[in-house]
Design a protein around this ligand. Structure first.
Ligand SMILES: C[S@@+](CC[C@H](N)C(=O)[O-])C[C@H]1O[C@@H](n2cnc3c(N)ncnc32)[C@H](O)[C@@H]1O
Length: 257
């Protein structure tokens, strides 16, 4: 409870949640924010951490982490246009003191060894075939004892995904591994699993909402980012989950050596 009357006047409990609910009711697609919130809860941020977001995209997760916990976040992404837009949105949201971006390849991270307390990556590994190299690079830039937070799409038992999906229009740039194989590669790279959550169920609900929204798009939504085949992507995302062609997981691991 706020202790001065002006602050009391302006304070509404759970304002953030109320705004998110109102945006959702207005048909605004909030993208992967719930997935980001879930992964952040699994990590348990204190706020002083130095964080690297690998495959940072337009910067939603990195801005959320800086805004919510106050940590300092660097993002790295292969796509120059995404880096430019991430910088623009970060300027507009007043977070430039906390978040920076650079273009680079996750397979050759442009950072010194042991620079970060936390390496974070959401929905980026499925574009990357050489997972041994990816996880080795993530380990290299982490301090010993540092944490790796991953949200990934994994291969399911139901056969290959139907394309297009949001991360690939065709199989050529899509590389999915089962959760078990992913875990083995992470352990071989020098990580120990602390938490591993199958997030297929909550993602299925979000995918249903998105496939429905694709029938009558709101002005602001992922279609702005994904391009003309976004409706097919939304439908396939749902179908791939329903038919167990893909599963999703959140994982927090620790650098052990
Ligand atoms: C589906 S987007 C996810 C973006 C962001 N993590 C998010 O959750 O909003 C995948 C991102 O991974 C990036 N990416 C793919 N391969 C990469 C690589 N080898 N190195 C760095 N970024 C890569 C893409 O450019 C794209 O921005």
């Amino acid at each position: 409870m706020a202790d001065n009357p002006v602050e009391t006047h302006y304070t509404r409990d759970d304002l953030g949640q109320r705004i998110l609910a109102a945006l959702k009711a207005a048909g605004k697609d909030l993208g992967q924010l719930p997935a980001t919130v879930r992964l952040a809860e699994l990590v348990g941020f204190a706020g002083m951490e130095r964080v690297l977001d690998v495959g940072s995209g337009l910067g939603g997760p990195s801005r959320y982490l800086a805004w919510r916990f106050g940590c300092r976040v660097s993002g790295v992404d292969l796509t120059a246009e995404f880096v430019r837009v991430a910088e623009m949105l970060t300027r507009l949201t007043g977070l430039v003191d906390k978040v920076d971006y650079r273009q680079g390849n996750a397979l050759d991270l442009p950072f010194e060894d042991m620079s970060f307390d936390i390496v974070w990556s959401q929905n980026a590994a499925m574009n990357i075939a050489d997972r041994d190299r990816l996880y080795a690079e993530m380990r290299r830039v982490l301090k010993p004892g540092g944490k790796l937070a991953l949200q990934e799409v994994a291969a399911g038992p139901g056969g290959p995904p139907q394309y297009p999906v949001p991360w690939a229009r065709e199989p050529r740039i899509s590389f999915l591994f089962t959760p078990e194989a992913t875990r083995e590669m992470l352990e071989a790279a020098g990580f120990r699993g602390l938490d591993w959550q199958d997030t297929t169920e909550p993602s299925l609900e979000a995918a249903r909402r998105r496939a429905q929204a694709a029938e009558a798009p709101a002005p602001l939504g992922t279609h702005v980012i994904l391009g003309p085949d976004w409706q097919a992507m939304a439908k396939n995302s749902l179908r791939n989950l329903e038919e167990h062609r893909v599963t999703l997981f959140n994982a927090v691991l620790e650098r052990v050596r």
